[in-house]
Design a protein around this ligand. Structure first.
Ligand SMILES: *Cc1c(COP(=O)(O)O)cnc(C)c1O
Length: 390
């Protein structure tokens, strides 16, 4: 790097990228000709379904979609978001004031702290977690305060344990259920307690609901807005990425109280210019058919889960089947503690990529995350390979 290009303190403050070694080992294995089975990426392996491609083919031919998007986004999309949320969670949001399209939910999540955090303010972040909660906070000059997620607490954060001096400076709390990386789901009573506590301490609850539609039990994952009182204190992030196999399209949305939506909109208006209108029109169509589509993909993920969990159990992993998300998160077999070493060995000896739990945060140490975005023959093959080595 040239001598005058000093990275900002903001950039330097970002936590180190812990998957570097795994990425390197993966490349080495591929170079050696190993047929790598990749349980690492949280990206659906299936294509975006045809009904969505057709909607895009139509939308893109309309030249009205070719211009800068309106700042609040496409009206039809917001209208359909409102209907979708109402149908799925039984809650109504005003499409003109309480709904905001996002360039993927990650974008909204990472930008939210810029709207509410002053230097020195605290953002309460679960640990392990999806990285943008931390990086978004650091970019805004805030301090992430990490709340450990422990298996014995169902991977729910004990927000009541946050010390009083931290609480005074806390402005936002991030929660994410169904959870990446643990696969955990939240109970209604968890949200009830959280809302009461957040109201009392004047903290904005930022709920990340990217996996609302990836579930296997009878009970559907809850939106925080299904619980009374949430409207006063919460904003929720939704995504079409996992629901409709649209990770590359970059489209999601936020719903919640008007002031929070407006503040986020003002941040965004000064940074990006919104989601490509043709993508919004397409997403709007996608939502109309999303429930039927999710039903099918969930059957597929469930079969993969059953196959992988059974195999891992047989190999000595103390694994419990996840009820939602496409993540199997388990302690290592034989009481092993070092997840980075474990994953490196797994790659070198079996050609299998999985993500070390510690990569998502300290309390993830001792765990490994397998994604269910791998087809059944490959899952079988992976179990065979591991059986030879473990
Ligand atoms: C995949 C994922 C998202 C969705 O990101 P997009 O930007 O909408 O693609 C959000 N939160 C979590 C925890 C995720 O795993």
């Amino acid at each position: 790097m040239s001598f005058f290009l000093n990275e900002s303190d903001r950039l330097k403050a970002l936590p180190p990228y812990l998957f570097v070694e795994i990425d390197r080992a993966k490349r080495r294995a591929i170079d050696k000709g190993v047929k790598v089975i990749d349980f690492g990426v949280g990206d659906p392996d299936q294509a975006t379904p045809n009904f969505i491609l057709k909607a895009m083919a139509k939308a893109i031919k309309d030249s009205k979609t070719h211009h800068y998007p309106l700042d609040r986004g496409n009206a039809a999309f917001r209208q359909n978001v409102s209907l979708w949320v109402k149908k799925r969670f039984g809650v109504s949001f005003n499409p003109d004031t309480e709904i905001l399209p996002l360039i993927g939910s990650k974008e909204g999540i990472a930008h939210l702290p810029l709207a509410f955090i002053n230097p020195g303010d605290v953002v309460l972040v679960p640990d392990p977690c999806y990285p943008p909660y931390k990086s978004g906070t650091l970019f805004a000059g805030g301090q992430p305060y990490l709340m450990p997620l422990k298996e014995e607490n169902g991977f729910l954060p004990d927000f009541e344990a946050v010390p009083a001096d931290i609480l005074k400076k806390a402005k936002i709390i991030f929660v994410n259920y169904p959870n990446n990386p643990t696969g955990a789901v939240a109970t209604r009573s968890f949200y009830e307690k959280l809302i009461k506590w957040a109201t009392q301490h004047k903290i904005l609850v930022a709920s990340d609901l990217a996996y609302s539609e990836v579930y296997f039990g009878k009970e559907k994952p809850l939106s925080i807005f299904e619980v009374p009182g949430a409207r006063e204190v919460a904003i929720e992030f939704h995504s079409l990425s996992k629901t409709c196999n649209m990770t590359g399209w970059r489209v999601g949305f936020a719903v919640g109280r008007e002031e929070a939506i407006n503040a986020l909109l003002r941040v965004k208006s000064n940074i990006d210019s919104g989601v490509f209108t043709a993508v919004q029109v397409t997403a709007s169509e996608a939502l109309k058919n999303s429930f039927g589509f999710s039903k099918k993909t969930n059957i597929m993920y469930r079969r993969r889960r059953d196959l992988l969990v059974a195999g891992l159990k047989e190999l000595g992993f103390p694994v419990k089947p996840n009820q939602a998300t496409f993540y199997v998160f388990t302690r290592l077999p034989g009481g092993q503690k070092d997840s980075t070493v474990f994953c490196k060995n797994l790659l070198e000896s079996c050609g299998i990529v999985a993500t070390p739990g510690v990569g998502f945060g300290g309390p993830g140490e001792g765990y490994v995350r397998f994604t269910l975005t791998v087809n059944e023959p490959e899952i079988r093959e992976a179990i065979v390979r591991m059986r030879k080595v473990l």
